[in-house]
Design a protein around this ligand. Sequence first.
Ligand code: MSP
Length: 512
Amino acid sequence: MWNHANTLTPMIQLLTTPIFYVNASPHLGHLYSIVLTDVARRWKLLNGVKCVMSTGTDEHGTKVDRAAKLRNMSPQQHADLHSAEFRKLASLAGAETVFVRTTDPLHRAHATDLWKRLVDNNMVYKGKHSGYYCVSDECFYTKDELELNDKNELVSKESKHTVEWLEETNWFFKLNSMQKKLVDLMKTNPSFILPRVRHDSILKELKKTPLADLSISRPRSRVPWGVPVPGTDAENLEENVDTMYVWFEALANYLTAATMHGCTDNFELTHVVGKDIQRFHTVFWPAFLMAAGLKTPKQVVVHGHWTADGVKMSKSLGNVIDPFKLIEELGVDTVRYALCFDSTLDSDSAFSVERAIERRNVNLVNKWSNLASRVCSKKFDAIKALETVSKANLPNSESRTELVEACTGAAEIYEFGKYLHILNDAAIKMNEKLHTAAPWEDPNSTNSLLAVAEALDTCRVIAILLLPVCPTYSKRMLDSLGVKEERRTMTYAAQFADLDYTPAFEPVVTRI
Ligand code: MSP
């Protein structure tokens, strides 16, 4: 189906979000996954990297099956309903992406192919399995990972979801035999997991604790809603058939996505995932791929959670923010900006709508859009100002080159919150500088013209750098500054790298 041997075709970077469970409607956390991935994709594109994205829905398994039954629907009908919502959300979020559904035959073919590769490589065996299973998290937990809640139920310490005791015969993946390869992978590639602290802690754990083999199937009698294990799917063979473990099958979606993008052997995977599912992506998934003889992902980017009142926002806790309403009320670019500005990878963040509005009104309107409108006013001759600038006659300014370097440093490690703080600080400094220069007192003096040119240049460079996060506002800014299409690239994101534009300003973004 695919292999990774060819080195002649140009490498395509495939950035992926996790695929979302269809047991409920999307919430803000899901929107964040999509936004962060799309921002990174647009950043890479801006830098000339061939980059595509995938998202989608995880539609099999007991969790989804139970949710459908509760609503008196077939699991397929139920999946269709919710999958459509996630697809709509991805589109409203401004993501340009393929959308994988695990109930599609193409995906089933990929999951089956992956399974067969493991069988061919003698990496699976049948064995007895017992343990505490959590339907909500779709995984087994060890006793150490459990605690009693106030209703005296056994729950996962991490997710607080209840578990049930299960004993069954399943297919096992020889995860333990992959331990050394996983350690080597992480040792030789210190940025395999971002942020670095997570990389170090997972590597430390892998070096210390032996991995248990992983059960990768469920009896079909218990979990009928899923992809059958190949070789046991014969017609009328009702007994002794197995279903692939939903996580095994779901992870294969990244290979389905590559095919949907027309990539065969020429792609590199970067996964953006929440911290709750890092183990699946940093341990199980690379182990499956290596065992199947396929290339490991390039990177796994792990982010924190959005919280409300200090706890993870999740449908089961009833503390979610409706992403559709948020985008409708604030506009997609404001939401993208706020989600990035107020988050970092290595900690959780508390979301508030009021603060998102403040980010728009203060950062985007007051500091950036208004800065441009001030210097584009009729009082100043913007074109003359740009003409006044010459290489020999640069104002003694904060260099936009430093700005670009700082932004690049942050973006390369997916710290788009830091990235936006750097841009906002640049806008704040420029506003202060303009205030001190007070060009309105003597608009035609050389110093005034240079101050105006510098403010214009700052707005222009910020607009280019904001393209990945706020594509619409940035385009509007560049359109009103009259920046030529072909000059909206990183090459021109440098101090006075472009002086050939004709500002005629319209407000880019207004207060709400
Ligand atoms: N279906 C699995 C993923 C399979 S990928 C092969 C799953 N789905 S999920 O719908 O529960 O979560 C999808 C993503 O949303 C995860 O990365 C998760 O971390 C993220 N978020 C869910 N709630 C979140 C927050 N409150 N905050 C930020 N992101 C969180 O897991």
